[in-house]
Design a protein around this ligand. Structure first.
Ligand code: GDP
Length: 460
C-alpha cells in the first residue's frame, strides 16, 4: 500500500510550531533526504554521521549566507516519529528566518508537507495505528483535562489493542471456516463453533461498552451546548454572570461549533458548557416584542443539548407547570432553575414547586446554591458515569464503525444459533473484520486516509 501513495517517497518539511513570532520556531524534516539536506546547511559538523537522538548547536548557511544559529535534533530511522530520518531544527522564532530556512530546505530537495503528513507517515510506517494517529489531532485540539485524558489514552493504544486482538482471533476463525468450504463434500468442521460463539459474545460486550462510551466521549470532546431560557427578569443574566465569574473557560476554537451563536464557554469539572446566544440574554429584554422573544427561545431550546429553564419562585405556578409540560413533550433535556428563593424562603418555594422533577432552588443574585446547580449540570450530562481512565470513544468515525461491527457480531451469533452454512458465516465474519480494521487502519483506502489527515494542521 505504501508505494502506491502519491508523494510517499518525497522528503517533506514544515514549520511544526504555530506561525507567528515566538522565542523559537521548529522546522521538521522527514524522509530519505533529511540528513543530506541538513548536512548541506549545517556547518558545525556532519549531522548524518552523528548518533541518533542527539542535539547539535551551530550555524545554518546557504551559499555562505548565514540563515540562523540553530539547534538541530537528530532522529534516525526507524527510531523517529514518522519512522523515517527526521530532523528538527529549532530556529529563532522570527517569521522571516523561518521562511528563509524553509525555503533553503525546499531548494535542496524537500517539499512542503501537507496537513497531517508527518502523522500519516507514522501511521503508514506502523508507528501508530489509525485510531492512535487520530488521537494525536484530538490531543492537540484538547482544551480541558478530560479531553486531554481521553485523547492521550487513545493515542497510547487505548482500545486499539483490544480491537486488534479480537480481529486477529476472528481472522483465524474466518480462515478455518473458509477452509471448510474446500471440503464441503465431506461435512467437516475445522472451526470450533463453541469457541467462536464465546469470542463473538465477549467481543460484542466490550464493543457495546465502547459504543455506549461515545455519548460521554462526545461530551468530553465537543462540550455541551446550553440555553438559558426564561421570561424577562427571571434572572438569566444574573445566573449567566454568576456562572461565568468562576468558570469562564478560555478556548480558542471548538471544532464543530459556530462562533456567531456561542459566545461564552464554561468549564465545570472539565466539561465544557457552551452557552448559546448569550447576546440574546444580555439584550435588554423589555425591548424585545414578547412573541419574537418566545420564538427565539424556542429555537434556542431546540438546538441545545441542555436547557436551563429559569423562573422566579414568585411566578404563577400554573404557568411554570405548563412550560415544563411543553418542554417534556418536546423531549428536551432540561433543568428547572427556581430562582430568587430569597424573596420568599426556600421552604415556601419548595412547597410550591418541589413536586416538579429536575429542579434546583437558587438565589442567583447572592450565588446561593449555584454550586449545586453546577454539580447537577455535570451529573445530567454524564448520566452518573464517572470519568475514569477507561477507554472512551470520542471519534464519530470510530463510533460508526463500532456500531457496524456490533451489528455484524450479532449476525454471526444469529448465524451460529441457526447453524448457518459456512460460506454465509464466513461472509458475516469478514464484514465484522472489515469494520474493526477500519478503526485501527488495517483496512483503509487512500481517500479515507486523505480525509482523516487533511483535518490535521500542517507540521503535524
Ligand atoms: P433576565 O431578564 O432574565 O436576564 O433577568 P436579570 O438577570 O436581569 O434579573 C432581573 C432582576 O432580578 C434584576 O434586578 C436582578 O437583580 C434580580 N434578581 C436576579 N436574581 C435574583 C435573586 O436571586 N434574588 C433576587 N431577589 N433578585 C434577583
Amino acid at each position: 500500500m505504501q508505494g502506491q501513495l502519491a508523494g510517499w517517497d518525497d522528503t517533506i518539511a514544515a514549520l511544526a510550531t504555530p506561525p507567528g513570532i515566538g522565542a523559537i520556531g521548529v522546522i521538521r524534516i522527514s524522509g530519505k533526504k533529511a540528513l543530506a539536506i541538513t548536512d548541506k546547511l549545517f556547518t558545525a559538523k556532519k549531522i548524518s554521521e552523528q548518533p541518533s537522538h542527539t542535539l547539535h548547536v551551530g550555524l545554518l548557511k546557504l551559499n555562505d549566507i548565514v540563515l540562523d544559529e540553530v539547534v538541530v535534533a537528530l532522529f534516525k530511522s526507524p527510531r523517529s516519529y514518522t519512522g523515517e530520518d527526521v530532523i528538527e531544527i529549532s530556529c529563532h522564532g522570527s517569521n522571516y528566518i523561518l521562511q528563509q530556512v524553509l525555503q533553503a530546505i525546499t531548494s535542496l530537495g524537500a517539499r512542503p508537507a501537507k496537513p497531517g503528513e508527518f502523522t500519516q507517515r507514522a501511521f503508514l510506517n506502523g508507528k501508530l495505528d489509525l485510531a492512535q494517529a487520530e488521537a494525536v489531532a484530538d490531543l492537540i485540539a484538547s482544551n480541558t483535562e478530560a479531553s486531554k485524558k481521553a485523547a492521550l489514552s487513545s493515542m497510547r493504544g487505548g482500545f486499539s489493542e483490544a480491537l486488534k486482538n479480537v480481529r486477529e482471533q476472528l481472522l483465524k476463525f474466518a480462515a478455518l471456516i473458509e477452509l471448510e468450504l474446500d471440503f464441503s463434500q465431506e461435512d467437516v468442521e475445522f472451526a470450533d463453533r463453541t469457541a467462536l460463539y464465546k469470542l463473538v459474545s465477549e467481543a460484542g460486550l466490550s464493543i457495546n461498552k465502547l459504543i455506549s462510551s461515545f455519548q460521554l466521549g462526545n461530551v468530553i470532546k465537543n462540550g455541551v451546548s446550553v440555553a438559558i431560557i426564561g421570561k424577562p427578569n427571571a434572572g438569566k443574566s444574573t445566573l449567566l454572570n454568576a456562572l461565568l465569574n468562576e468558570n469562564r473557560a478560555i478556548v480558542s476554537d471548538i471544532p464543530g461549533t459556530t462562533r456567531d451563536t456561542i459566545e461564552e464557554v464554561l468549564n465545570i469539572d472539565g466539561i465544557l458548557f457552551r452557552l448559546i446566544d448569550t447576546a440574546g440574554i444580555r439584550l435588554h429584554t423589555s425591548d424585545i416584542i414578547e412573541s419574537a422573544g418566545i420564538e427565539r427561545s424556542l429555537e434556542k431550546m431546540k438546538h441545545a443539548d441542555l436547557v436551563l429553564f429559569i423562573f422566579d419562585v414568585t411566578d404563577d405556578k400554573k404557568e411554570i407547570e405548563k412550560r415544563v409540560h411543553d418542554m417534556k413533550a418536546e423531549g428536551l433535556h432540561y433543568i428547572l432553575v427556581a430562582n430568587k428563593i430569597d424573596k420568599t424562603n426556600e421552604i415556601e418555594a419548595r412547597r410550591q414547586f418541589g413536586h416538579l422533577e429536575k429542579i434546583i432552588f437558587i438565589a442567583a443574585k447572592e450565588g446561593k446554591h449555584t454550586e449545586t446547580l453546577k454539580e447537577y449540570m455535570t451529573d445530567t450530562v454524564l448520566h452518573g458515569k464517572v470519568q475514569t481512565e477507561s477507554n472512551i470513544v470520542t471519534n464519530a468515525r470510530h463510533y460508526h464503525a463500532l456500531k457496524e461491527a456490533a451489528t455484524s457480531l450479532e449476525e454471526i451469533q444469529a448465524g451460529l444459533d441457526n447453524n448457518l452454512e459456512s460460506d454465509l458465516l464466513a461472509l458475516d465474519i469478514r464484514r465484522c473484520l472489515h469494520y474493526l480494521g477500519e478503526i485501527t487502519g488495517q483496512v483503509t483506502n487512500e481517500d479515507m486516509l486523505d480525509y482523516i489527515f487533511s483535518k490535521f494542521c500542517i507540521g503535524k
